[in-house]
Design a protein around this ligand. Structure first.
Ligand code: ZN
Length: 69
């Protein structure tokens, strides 16, 4: 499974709850946070995914989150 697939799978499983890049990196134990950021930006242009500034369902911070609509 590629990192992109892992990220997508995690977001779909948490659906419709939004997740921020930090929590995605944390849950998938990605060593580089930028890795999650890059993947969510890639998914944001994929249909069915929504990336916006909102409250993360895991850490409660208001930041860029992504969810599966
Ligand atoms: Zn979070």
């Amino acid at each position: 499974m590629t990192v992109l697939e892992q990220v997508r799978d995690l977001i779909v499983r948490q659906s419709p709850a939004p997740l921020c890049d930090d929590c995605i990196a944390d849950k998938l134990q990605l060593s580089i946070r930028q890795h999650a950021n890059h993947k969510t930006r890639e998914l944001a242009i994929t249909s069915g995914f929504d990336r916006r500034k909102d409250v993360c369902s895991v850490c409660g911070s208001t930041k860029k989150v992504i969810r599966h609509a």
